[in-house]
Design a protein around this ligand. Sequence first.
Ligand code: BMA
Length: 300
Amino acid sequence: MLNDVSSVFNPGAARWGDQIVLLLRVQNRGRETYLLPAFSRDGIDFTISGEPIQFHGLEKLGCRAYHIYDPRITRIDGLFYITLAIDTDNGCRIGLARTADFQQYEFLGVPLEGDARNAVLFPEKIGGEYAMLYRPNRTRLDGGVASGSEIELALSSDLLHWTPCKMVMSGRFHYWDELIGSGPPPVKTGRGWLHIYHGVATHFGASNIYQAGVVLLDLNDPGKVIGRSKYNILEPRELYELTGQVPNVVFPTGLVPADRDQDTPVDDDTELLVYYGAADTCVGLATTTVRELLDACDRV
Ligand code: BMA
């Protein structure tokens, strides 16, 4: 059991039977990082399960994992796939894990080479292949962490071996989304794959501002952007978003359609629960609808 926790943020989210599961990123006062599952029937009151997750097979990483964090969860064929960021001596790596029951977790490996973060899986094969969005880290924030301004697409026939495919979208310099990275996994709608991403404005002296926006990707070609919000859809305004371990941060990582069976496709009226890290200190919940997000995706 973890005692004296300093911060709980950036959770992955999934619907599991009649419950919503969050995989919480938890830090203690040693600034060690743990992932802990939490369960809820209404998506608001969560019960945190006692023990931090242990990944079986983590030796496949081939080096020491200092922190495993920012999980994103995608259900594929009844199993839950978890994409992870892993801090190692060689920089940040994407990790891929799997669970059937949120009790046993199997580490499957590192799907792509190189320094990268913010990987998310699409929930089904597209054109015969599994698809993943990820963000190579080719930039470094002033005095800070490795980051990047391009989201890319990788494809796989078996979920284990991945091939980089193409650059999907870039940051817009001087505006709200200069550096970018995927948020929660994409959601299939009648008009395209709806995908929330985060953008960082780096041109303010005192602090970087982490915000969220939305992009629409072609249903049959997820590397093709067909709409993108000009403005952010969520920005730090509340005190718990403005101050904390890292100020001025909203960082969405979990999205669950409200009140529905997980196998029912969403429609425009579907309400969405968006879980996000606030100031790298706590978890926020924002609600919206598919229609509201589609409307925010200006044509490009
Ligand atoms: C990003 C990641 C996130 C973090 C965010 C704000 O680069 O490290 O885990 O929430 O910065 O600090």
